[in-house]
Design a protein around this ligand. Structure first.
Ligand code: ZN
Ligand code: ZN
Length: 470
């Protein structure tokens, strides 16, 4: 395959290469060079790349699979997302990962977490897969079991006690496995980072360290008592502490905290698109065009959650506080980014109104408009930075010998980050999805979604308050 006369943005931070030809053979980029120098074989499939922009395939570093293979995998690919990190492992997702690798499922490359490992009791609703561990021995056993079951890394959660948490960290170190997830209530961010946690999801439990009122926050946090399944109560009880943390952000403390994160090589995954749903529910469009790609049952459940969980019963004060929190979360990420902390773009699909594929592009826009990223830095947060983080060699870059995961865009993403949404064609491990085929895929997804028989097969997301079923 040859993409001729195009512009390549390789996401290393280097200037775009203009008027070049990209040659792909098998699943690799065989050559990139000036269109005068690169000889295009006569039997090559030639794509006219004039006026187009070739970037690495995108990586969404925080998703939850719905279990609907007619929906998520093709929707990611149609949006140029060629790798995803799933944050709550279940056997069906390990199967997807392995089938994609074997090319028997057409989808993005999957990197899949363990089931969520949490303290006992966990606030997670019954039905959300999780492993509750009460002490160090149970923590170690949970890590070993998860790895034996096929997890690529370990996911930790909010209610782990320090002894269980540190045993998990130690067992991961022993086995050479990465661990990532939420910052536990009982473990400060810097302590978790020093213990080896490599990514911190969202901006809620991880911003207490940067508050001048940290001692008071920790004292009050220690008193938060949650029974099994009291998921929304956890959000309600930590909400005032978040407001306090936002209002007492201390730049001098933050400087030390961020320096520590940089030194440890730990990453932040802001998921601003997910925070937006809960913080600014009145900004959600219930007639979004993209809903057509989601099963009818999903659309109904989303609308119900929006009305009954996110919008219901909010006072003017709640609305104002959440508006303030959303801005503060973005500012926190902006400060961390300026201090050199590595950021991964992630969305948290599974949250209502967070769309597989599409929402990653919204997140890039959030990073630029709300968190002060340059378009190049935003692009890197969805390509080269997560590829390195995940240890995927040859992914997340466009260069000689790289894996041919590419998004071909109709307009320049460095001129306006929203141009990442203008996906013309996609290459995934050397397989070309032409503009025509992409249209076909989207129509097929829409048909499957409208068929009416699809309901979510996996209880995925555990990052936003959920509708409590009786
Ligand atoms: Zn999540
Ligand atoms: Zn989460």
């Amino acid at each position: 395959m040859a993409i001729t006369g195009t512009t390549v943005i390789d996401a290393t931070g280097a200037s775009p290469l203009r008027n070049v030809t990209v040659l792909v053979r098998g699943d690799r980029v065989e050559a990139i060079g000036s269109s005068r120098e690169v000889r295009v074989p006569s039997d090559a499939n030639v794509i006219d790349g004039r006026g187009k922009f070739v970037v690495p395939g995108f990586i969404d570093s925080h998703v939850h699979g719905s279990g609907q293979e007619e929906i998520d995998p093709p929707l990611f690919l149609a949006n140029g997302v060629t790798t995803v990190r799933d944050m709550n492992g279940q056997s069906l997702l390990y199967q997807w990962r392995d089938r994609v690798a074997a090319r028997t499922l057409f989808g993005p490359r999957y990197v899949v977490a363990s089931s969520i490992i949490d303290g006992n009791p966990t606030p997670l609703a019954e039905g959300v897969p999780s492993i509750e561990v009460a002490d160090a021995a149970e923590g170690r056993a949970a890590v070993r079991r998860a790895v034996a079951e096929g997890a690529d890394f370990i996911k930790v959660y909010v209610r782990l006690k320090p002894d269980a948490y540190h045993a998990i960290a130690d067992e991961c170190r022993r086995l050479g496995v990465t661990f990532a997830g939420h910052t536990p209530d009982a473990v400060p961010l810097v302590e978790a980072s020093a213990a080896g946690q490599r990514s911190f999801e969202h901006v809620y439990t991880n911003w207490f360290d940067t508050s001048s009122a940290e001692n008071e926050i920790r004292r009050r946090l220690a008193k938060v008592s949650i029974k099994r399944g009291e998921y929304n109560k956890w959000f309600t009880e930590t909400h005032p502490l978040e407001v306090l943390a936002a209002r007492t952000f201390d730049p001098a403390r933050a400087k030390k905290v961020f320096r520590r994160l940089v030194a440890d090589g730990s990453h932040q995954v802001p998921t601003l698109v997910q925070h937006r749903v809960f913080d600014l529910p009145d900004s959600i469009t219930v007639h979004d065009d993209r809903l057509r790609y989601l099963p009818v049952a999903t659309r109904e459940s989303w609308q119900m959650q929006l009305e009954q969980v996110y919008l219901a019963g909010r006072t003017q004060k709640d609305v104002a506080e959440h508006r303030e929190l959303y801005r503060a979360r973005a500012h926190w990420i902006s400060a961390a980014h300026r201090a050199g902390v590595a950021v991964l773009a992630g969305t948290d699909t599974g949250t209502p109104y967070v769309y597989p594929g599409f929402s990653l592009h919204d997140e890039l826009q959030n990073l630029v408009s709300n968190a002060g990223f340059s378009p190049m830095k935003a692009l890197q947060a969805a390509t080269s930075v997560p590829a390195r983080f995940l240890g995927l060699h040859g992914v997340g870059v466009v260069r000689h010998g790289a894996i041919a995961d590419l998004a071909i865009l109709d307009a320049d993403p460095l001129a306006d980050i929203r141009n990442t949404q203008r996906v013309h064609a996609v290459v995934t491990r050397g397989a070309l999805i032409t503009a025509d085929r992409r249209e076909h895929m989207l129509r097929d997804i829409e048909a499957a979604a409208t068929g009416g028989t699809l309901a979510a097969r996996l209880a995925g997301c555990a990052c936003t308050p959920v509708l409590q079923h009786a």
